[in-house]
Design a protein around this ligand. Structure first.
Ligand SMILES: Cc1ncc(COP(=O)(O)O)c(C=O)c1O
Length: 392
């Protein structure tokens, strides 16, 4: 798309591939891995991310919506596509038509598939072990096993559950350990038939890597001993799911960038932006940047967060507007001709051209949220520029 405003998200596919190989190293050779590309690959561009991962050998990809799966099929993705959200009868028909893999979490979904299928269908079965969102409770495991043994059409390939507190997965007495123990009991019903099991999200994978380095009674042995399948999301995009995880080397994939539109010189006492919430306490140079909350820079960062400008962290001053935000760049531009800074790069998070880095975690913490939300909130009108994407 032609770009008249230089505000965009750089997507570094080489970093994505680096993260993918780091995850594969933790996995070893014979483990199921389903990279999560739902929600537009956490805002990074689901088609391009899926193409890159498929090229690097990913055999399965995870989406939430049937719509997301159809988009990937339309783009020529051949890998298995797991649809996690569930579906109704009409959804079951689409899943079959486009050869997506249903993650089933209710009896209604099972019946919809049975009645829509003409040929055998691969199914993954989701269990609730503590998240209390979707999935069968463990007391259904025996009945489900009997059902799938008899079903001519539905071929059970895997069972899965999802961690509520992946950040404690390395510990023997955490919530994840409790969920893992319950899940082990569920998997016992299906084991004899070669059905595999997956449960490790980014927290779980990082926890596994950490637990392997631990030699204390605190270690969650259940996570180390089994060949649990992986479903990495956040980690693929280069961020740790908790501060105490650092065993896996990750490189952030997205850099959210804009440029200086103009610079205003203001006097002591002058205010900036709506509500006049920031006032200059010295003669100041204010850079106006064409990116705002409609692009995913939440208004809550007003007067709190920073951006990278000429390799320095500079404060966002005044309220973030729908299409603009303002930076106090006085310390950087002092003594220079201000016109030379027009079109200078501004990095809201990620890397600048010289590899200076500002973490998306800063924006996340100033908006009282998590980095997952910061990445997925980057607006639709922000073009994604892909670096290192090979043609398929
Ligand atoms: C079922 C399921 N598996 C895996 C993931 C990936 O989680 P994360 O991004 O923490 O790795 C998600 C994300 O929410 C999910 O819903």
């Amino acid at each position: 798309m032609e770009m008249f405003r230089r505000t965009y998200a750089d997507i570094n596919i080489e970093n994505l591939i680096h993260n993918w190989h780091q995850i594969k190293n933790v996995a070893g050779d014979d483990r199921f891995i389903c990279p999560m590309v739902k929600a537009n690959a956490y805002g990074h561009g689901d088609v391009q991310v899926s193409q890159a991962l498929e090229r690097e050998g990913a055999l399965g990809l995870g989406v939430c919506l049937i719509e997301e799966g159809l988009l990937l099929r339309a783009a020529g993705i051949k890998a298995d596509i797991l649809v996690f959200r569930g579906f109704d009868k009409r959804g079951a028909e689409k899943i079959l038509e486009y050869q997506l893999i249903p993650v089933v979490s209710t009896w209604e979904q099972i019946h919809s598939l049975e009645s829509a299928a003409d040929e055998p269908v691969k199914v993954h079965l989701k269990f609730n072990t503590g998240m209390n969102r979707i999935g069968f409770n463990s007391d259904q495991a025996e009945k489900l096993d009997e059902y799938f043994r008899k079903s001519e059409k539905l071929k059970l390939k895997a069972v899965l559950t999802h961690f509520a507190c992946g950040e404690d997965s390395h510990l023997a007495n955490g919530f994840s350990a409790q969920q893992t123990k319950e899940f082990i009991q569920i998997t016992e019903f299906f084991k004899s038939r070669g059905v595999y099991s997956h449960l490790l999200n980014s927290g779980g994978i990082a926890g596994l890597a950490k637990a392997r380095t631990m030699n204390t009674p605190d270690k969650n042995q259940h996570i180390v001993d089994r060949n649990w399948g992986f479903r990495p999301g956040l980690m693929l995009y280069g961020y740790q799911s908790a501060d105490h995880f650092s065993e896996i080397d990750l490189k952030p994939v997205m850099s959210l960038k804009s440029v200086v539109n103009n610079i205003r010189s203001i006097k002591i006492g002058d205010s900036v932006s709506y509500g006049a919430t920031w006032k200059a306490t010295r003669p100041s140079q204010i850079a106006v940047v064409p990116i705002g909350y409609a692009d995913g820079v939440h208004r809550l960062v007003s007067n709190k967060s920073h951006a990278l400008f000429a390799g320095k962290k500079v404060p966002i001053v005044g309220r973030v507007c729908m299409d603009f935000l303002m930076l106090d760049v006085t310390d950087v531009v002092q003594g220079t001709e201000t016109s030379r800074w027009i079109e200078e790069d501004v990095i809201l998070f990620g890397y600048d051209e010289k590899d200076n880095f500002l973490s998306a975690n800063e924006m996340a913490s100033h908006t009282n949220t998590i980095v997952w939300e910061t990445l997925t909130s980057v607006g639709e009108r922000v073009p994604r520029h892909f670096k290192g994407l090979k043609k398929t």
